[in-house]
Write a protein that binds this ligand. Structure first.
Ligand SMILES: [Zn+2]
Length: 259
């Protein structure tokens, strides 16, 4: 039974991943995510259902459009596969519970925001607003179940607030903003989902990741000191890691303190 549910969650993830590809591609072009139906962006031929099977269509078509033979980016099946794996991992960690739905929604929004930021160095307000609305919906669910919501409200304030302080501080001290307001929006959404403690863990991981990868990119001369490196993807990566390991990191840290 568990295997069947696991498989179901994984395949649902693949299908959603396929939809996220459409979202990521169209939101940054300012297009509708529901209309027109899927078509090849090169020859405009409308795609049939059998062209749209996650992963499999890409493999059978050998990564080329059925009609015009234009190459299809490996990125599409990759996003599908990563989404499937992450959906499964959330189920694996949280089981058949509301938390699983909550974190699947959370990670879905993060994937879309992170990939668009990676492509365009822009964070779209429509995407963070959607995230915030879902965050509030799950907070209201907690109200319904009479759980405390203080941590989630605080998480949102701390997440958005810390980044806002960094932006304002660096504007005053070094004259540039360093981070964008979009980063503050993402961290606010993350805070609403993860709550106060895990948001602090997420912020620390994102700074460490951003620092290390930034230094590596500059050292390998892929980027220069003057290039703008979007911070959103690091927040997204940190938030996903925190969803799975945040609680363990906190316990490990507390253990070290007590010893
Ligand atoms: Zn085509």
């Amino acid at each position: 039974m568990n295997l069947i549910i696991s498989l179901f969650v994984f395949i649902t993830g693949l299908i959603f991943g396929s939809f996220f590809n459409v979202c990521i591609f169209r939101i940054q072009k300012g297009e509708s995510i529901s209309y027109p139906p899927s078509h090849c962006t090169s020859c405009n031929n409308r795609l049939k259902w059998y062209d749209l099977i996650p992963i499999l269509s890409y493999v059978f078509l050998k990564g080329k459009c059925r009609y015009c033979k234009e190459k299809i980016s490996l990125r599409y099946p990759t996003v599908e596969l990563i989404t499937g794996i992450l959906f499964y991992l959330v189920y694996f960690k949280y089981g058949l519970a509301i938390l699983t739905i909550k974190f699947i929604v959370f990670i879905s929004i993060l994937i879309i925001i992170g990939m668009i930021d990676f492509d365009t160095t822009d964070v779209y307000f429509s995407t963070t607003l959607t995230g915030a609305i879902f965050g509030v919906v799950f907070i209201l669910a907690d109200v319904y179940f009479k759980n405390s919501i203080t941590t989630y409200v605080l998480g949102g304030i701390i997440g958005g607030g810390v980044i806002a302080l960094i932006i304002i501080g660096s504007k005053i001290i070094i004259g540039t903003e360093g981070m964008g307001w979009g980063d503050a929006e993402i961290c606010l959404v993350v805070g609403l989902f993860l709550g106060f403690k895990l948001t602090i863990v997420m912020l620390m991981i994102s700074f460490v990741l951003g620092g290390i990868i930034g230094i590596v990119l500059i050292a390998m001369k892929i980027k220069t000191r003057e290039d703008y490196i979007p911070f959103g993807p690091f927040i997204v990566l940190a938030a996903i890691l925190t969803t799975f390991f945040g609680q363990d990191i906190i316990s490990y840290y507390l253990n070290m303190l007590i010893r």
